[in-house]
Design a protein around this ligand. Structure first.
Ligand code: DC
Length: 244
């Protein structure tokens, strides 16, 4: 543990590498707050599309990020969501998962000003909760002092397959090739941007999830948590209130 009296577990990795699933299940087992930071970038991208702001207008998108109020709360309804996301009071929990947002979100996430605004909110949550934080730069930028850092990777074809099945289950009409291409493009953009590019922190434990079932992935991560955090990993916290 650091000087904080809360515990932060950072999970970073490529799109559809299993971060969200692992983060949610791990948080549930430990009684920690689960915080998927990607939803904040998605919320900004959604708001820009909604307001017909040119996604390539860095200044306008950055101003938007500072203006909007993003709230993440427990689900509140029973439609398969794991949490709810609101932008200025509008429920965007599903809208931020649509392919239109997928297509532009990494452009938004590359803007330094957007990252600065969202990082401030994320760090505040990371410092004050027992939390499993999921993202791309949690271990490197947002919570470099995290108590444990896990980095997930898997082959792009396998990740595209997972995302394709997810979209199909939601009734989205996309082909596997489209998903694969979009994922390759996003991988490239996320790992080549100038600010906080996707990479494993030097002190992260890397797990390749390509051939692991969800259960195997969680078991492996729990073992790491127990060996690294010991008794601190049984700390529980109240996760019933909005985190912003
Ligand atoms: O994990 P995701 O697909 O919901 O993330 C959406 C986008 O946000 C993706 O392009 C990566 C970016 N992101 C980021 O840059 N930093 C984070 N901490 C979380 C997500």
């Amino acid at each position: 543990m650091t000087a904080r009296n809360t515990v932060c577990i950072a999970i970073d990795g490529e799109a559809a590498s299993g971060k969200s699933t692992l983060g949610r299940l791990l948080a549930g087992k430990l009684g920690y707050l689960y915080f998927d930071t990607g939803v904040m970038y998605r919320a900004v991208a959604w708001a820009a599309l909604q307001r017909a702001i040119d996604i390539h207008d860095e200044q306008a998108v950055t101003e938007l990020a500072a203006q909007i109020n993003i709230q993440i709360t427990p689900p509140g309804c029973d439609d398969g969501r794991h949490y709810s996301v609101f932008v200025d009071g509008v429920d965007v929990s599903w809208a931020i998962r649509e392919p239109a947002v997928d297509k532009v979100v990494s452009i938004v996430a590359a803007y330094p000003g957007v990252r600065q605004v969202l990082k401030g909110h994320q760090r505040q949550i990371g410092l004050t909760h027992n939390v499993v934080m999921v993202g791309r730069d949690i271990g490197t930028e947002v919570m470099p002092d995290a108590d444990l850092k896990i980095y997930l990777r898997a082959p792009v074809e396998e990740r595209a397959r997972r995302r394709y099945l997810e979209l199909q289950a939601r009734g989205e009409e996309v082909s596997y090739e489209e998903v694969l291409n979009s994922m390759r493009q996003r991988d490239y953009q996320d790992s080549h941007r100038a600010v906080a590019p996707l990479r494993a922190a030097d002190d992260a434990i890397v797990i390749d999830t390509g051939h692991l079932s969800v259960e195997e992935m969680v078991t492996r991560a729990l073992k790491i948590v127990r060996s690294k955090l010991g008794e601190h990993s049984s700390v529980t916290s109240c996760t019933d209130s909005p985190i912003r």
